[in-house]
Design a protein around this ligand. Structure first.
Ligand code: SAM
Length: 295
């Protein structure tokens, strides 16, 4: 059954019609990737809540759409949510878009959706592009079970703990990453996840779309050697092998060697213990052995 925003353009006066929140996916590069339903909805709503009014104004101009834009982004979300919900409770139909792709996926909207649900306002989704799913489908990695992990933390220690928390998840992992952090992020993934297959999907749907596939260690090395890639990218990592699924977890020696090269013995043991989940005593003993082995 098709779900249409209720009422026409002029039905938003207080008390008239029924409010609606429409979550509208927009292109992630190729401007042709917008659905007919998305365009109909953007034309029909009373207002469009968007991350950056300049970005959305360009999209609308291309399709000859003129609707009021309301800035809704991470810095004003808490203040704007009650205002938007009040308007919808009075009958307004509001569309939520982000700069690119599907709202809420590493983009604003979660608070607004929750607030709308709590206020009994109908919410509908207009599916469309998302870099996460485009990358997964192009990766050549198992797509039957996957986990979208968003952006890893920017700092290495925190990032390694974050990755360690995902090390035994029996699913393909999808990460967003900034180009200037790709090399260090891949190095941490190789240290924490070991030799898994992975894919780096860059500039999806754009002129220079590219997917690099290979072992995490090779991809990390190649990326570390070259210049930082340009554009936007997604990293997709294969699920752990059977041994890891049974609880082997990240490779202690690899994690320790890397930590010992950067940190004091004490800090390296703390980090490796946090990443692997192994007791400090055991990690400390192994660290001493590795130090003895070192040339
Ligand atoms: N909500 C969006 C979605 O559904 O894909 C994602 C928004 S998030 C703030 C932006 C990140 O998505 C980028 O840093 C990049 O990791 C990924 N991304 C967005 N567009 C992309 C593209 N065309 N190619 C590759 N990655 C892209």
């Amino acid at each position: 059954m098709a779900v249409e925003p209720s009422g026409g353009r002029g039905s938003s006066k207080s008390g008239e019609g029924r409010g609606l929140l429409s979550l509208v996916a927009t292109p992630i590069g190729n401007l042709g990737d917008i659905t007919l339903r998305a365009l109909e909805t953007l034309r029909a709503v009373d207002a469009i809540a968007c991350e950056d009014t300049r970005v959305t104004a360009k999209l609308l101009a291309r399709h000859g759409i003129e609707r009021p834009l309301i800035a809704y982004h991470e810095h004003n979300a808490r203040r704007m949510e009650p205002l938007l919900v009040r308007r919808m409770a009075e009958g307004a139909r509001i569309a939520l878009v982000s700069d690119a792709g599907t709202p809420l996926l590493s983009d604003p909207g979660e608070g607004l959706v929750r607030a709308a649900i709590a206020a009994g306002i109908p919410v509908t989704a207009l599916p469309g592009p998302s870099a996460a799913l485009a990358a997964l489908s192009l990766s050549g990695l198992p797509a039957e079970r996957f986990l979208f992990a968003g952006f890893p933390p920017a700092r290495s220690g925190e990032r390694r703990r974050f990755l360690a928390g995902l090390a035994t998840v029996p699913a393909t992992l999808i990460f967003y990453e900034a180009p200037h952090r790709l090399a260090e992020s891949l190095a941490d993934m190789a240290a924490v996840f070991g030799a898994r297959q992975a894919a780096i999907a860059r500039e999806l749907t754009k002129l220079h779309e590219e997917v690099r596939r290979g072992g995490l260690d090779d991809l990390a090395r190649e990326t570390g050697e070259g210049e930082a890639p340009r554009g936007e990218l997604v990293v997709v990592v294969a699920p752990p092998g059977e041994a890891a699924e049974e609880g082997e977890g990240p490779d202690l020696d690899a994690v320790l060697r890397d930590a010992l090269a950067r940190l004091s013995l004490r800090d390296a043991v703390a980090e490796a213990s946090a990443i692997t989940g192994l007791p400090r005593k055991e990690v400390y003993a192994r660290a001493l052995e590795l130090q003895k082995e070192a040339p």
